[in-house]
Design a protein around this ligand. Structure first.
Ligand SMILES: [Ca+2]
Ligand SMILES: [Ca+2]
Length: 174
């Protein structure tokens, strides 16, 4: 029994392969396939980079809008001293702005942070602020300055004069 199986192993030789390498055609096809794969990867990488760049601009714009929202959110809607006498800034400069309508028409370039300090790292970006009174029953309807208890704040962020993002919100006078 044992001898028999030994005999079989000794005699079970695999037939030698006709060739152990690749043919020229196989190599050429492989080279073409690798080339196509590399080209596809490069194309995908380029479009991803472009999408990523515009995504980064949008993230920056949203960050800059948030800075204005944070800066103004605790300010009263009308001036604490002169109340509705003036629509717009009663103060000489940004450092002393103390109510929401002081920011109407403001254009910060370079943009500013919530602490009113210029963000020179974001040069090229700018923040435009519009403050308008709107109808209490219809926030889309703009009314005369100080003629309602609701104001709509619009912040637009531009990069090199191109609008990247804009956000509107409503504040109530209380
Ligand atoms: Ca003021
Ligand atoms: Ca004011």
């Amino acid at each position: 029994m044992l001898q028999n199986s030994k005999f079989k192993i000794q005699n079970s030789k695999f037939p030698p392969r006709a060739d152990n390498g690749f043919s020229l055609i196989e190599v050429l096809i492989a080279a073409v396939l690798v080339g196509l794969a590399v080209a596809a990867l490069l194309g995908a990488s380029r479009s991803f980079t472009m999408a990523n760049a515009s995504g980064a601009d949008l993230s920056t714009a949203e960050f800059l809008i948030e800075q204005i929202r944070e800066l103004t959110t605790l300010l009263p809607v009308i001036d604490p001293q002169t109340e509705t006498a003036t629509f717009g800034p009663e103060e000489a400069g940004l450092a002393n702005y103390d109510d929401l309508d002081d920011f109407d028409g403001a254009n910060f370039s370079p943009p500013i942070g919530a602490n009113r300090v210029a963000l020179s790292n974001f040069a090229g970006f700018s923040q435009q602020v519009i403050v308008e009174n709107v109808n209490a029953a219809n926030f889309e309807q703009v009314m005369a300055d100080h003629s309602s208890n609701f104001v709509r704040v619009t912040v637009r962020v531009l990069l090199n004069s191109r609008e990247i993002s804009s956000v509107r919100w409503i504040r109530a006078r209380y």
